[in-house]
Design a protein around this ligand. Sequence first.
Ligand SMILES: *Cc1c(COP(=O)(O)O)cnc(C)c1O
Length: 364
Amino acid sequence: MKQFIVGPVEMYPSTKRILEKGYTYFRTQEYGDMAKECLKKVAEMMGAANSTTIYLAASGTGAMDAVVDNCMTGNDKALVINGGSFGHRFCELLEWYKIPYDSIDLAWNEVVSAKDFEPYENKGYTALFVNLDETSSGKLYDIELISDFCKRNNLYLIVDAISTFLADDYDMEKYGIDVTIISSQKGLCLSPGMSIVSFSQRMVDKINKEGKPNSYYFDFKPYFKNIERGQTPFTTTVSIMYELKDMLELIEKAGGSDKWINVVKEKAEYFRAKAKGMGLNIPDYPKSYTLTPVYFEDISASDVVKGLRERYELFVNPCGGQMADRLLRVAHIGNTTKEDIDLLLEKMSVIIDELKNKQLQGVF
Ligand SMILES: *Cc1c(COP(=O)(O)O)cnc(C)c1O
C-alpha cells in the first residue's frame, strides 16, 4: 500500500513509533518546555520567529473556524479569495459567524490576478482570507500580489497555509501575514488532529482587545496566556506534539526546512516530467509542489482513482463535485520515493489504457 494523498500522508517510521515509546504527563514543565521549543522551531520555519504561536486539538478546519470566530467581529469586513472548496469553506465560516464579507470567485483553474483586486481597492475591507494553496486543484496563489494589496489597503492578511507549508517557500514576516494556519497531517507528516496557528503582534492585540468568540473551548485568549509556559487550557494532542518533536529532528537531520522543501519539489518535478512524457495532461496554472493535478478529457478520473486503489492499493486523491470525473490529484508530501512514483505511473498507465480500450469497445 502506498499513499499519494494530501493528508493524512504516509508517515515516517520513527514518527509512527512515538505512541509505543510513550510520553510524559503534559502538565509538567518538561512537556511545556518541549512544546514551546517545537512551536518555536515551526514558527521559524514559517518565517515568523517573533510571532505568537499556539496549537489546537482540532483538524485544520477547526483552526479555520476558530480563527474566523476569534479574529473577526461584526465590525470587520472580509474579502475571501474563493477559488475552490477550501476558499468556499472560509465563505461558509464567515457566513456562519455573520461577518460581512465579499468573495473573489475564481474557476477551478484560475489564480487571482491584479485585475481581480481592482474593484476592491479602498472599499473599507479590514481582512483578507486566502488558502494559499487551494488544495482542491493544487493551484498556488501569488502571495506577493496578495500581500501588496493588503498592505496598500491596510488589511489583516489571514492565510490558510495548511497544504503549502513545507512544500513551498513561505515567509510570514516578509509578506506581512497576520495569521498562519497549518495542521499536522499534511506537510508535517504527523497524525491528524493538531493544528498550529501563528499570529502577528497586531492580531494578538486585536484579539485581546475586541475578540468575543462564540466558542468557549476555542477562545484564543487563554491559549495565549497558557502558551507562555508551553501549556494549553485543556487536555491537548500530547502524542502529536511528541510526533512533531520527532519530525523536527528528521527535518534538521535532512539539512533544515529549505532542504526538506527541496525534496518535495524534486518529487513533484520528477512526477510532472514523467507524467507529461507519458502524455498525461497537467494543467498549467501556477502550482504548489504539494500535489499535481492530472486532467482527463475522455475517461473518468474517478475510475482511474478507483482502479489504482482497488487493484494496486495505490491511493491518490479524487476530486469532489463537478471535477470528480475530470481531475485527480497526486500528492508529493509524506514518506514516498521516486521508485514509488515510478510504480504509480506504471500502474496508472495500465489502467488508463484499459479504460480507453473499454471506451473504444463501447463505441464500435
Ligand atoms: C487539508 C486542508 C484543510 C483542513 O482540512 P481538515 O480536514 O479539517 O484537516 C484546510 N485547508 C486546506 C487548504 C487544506 O488543504
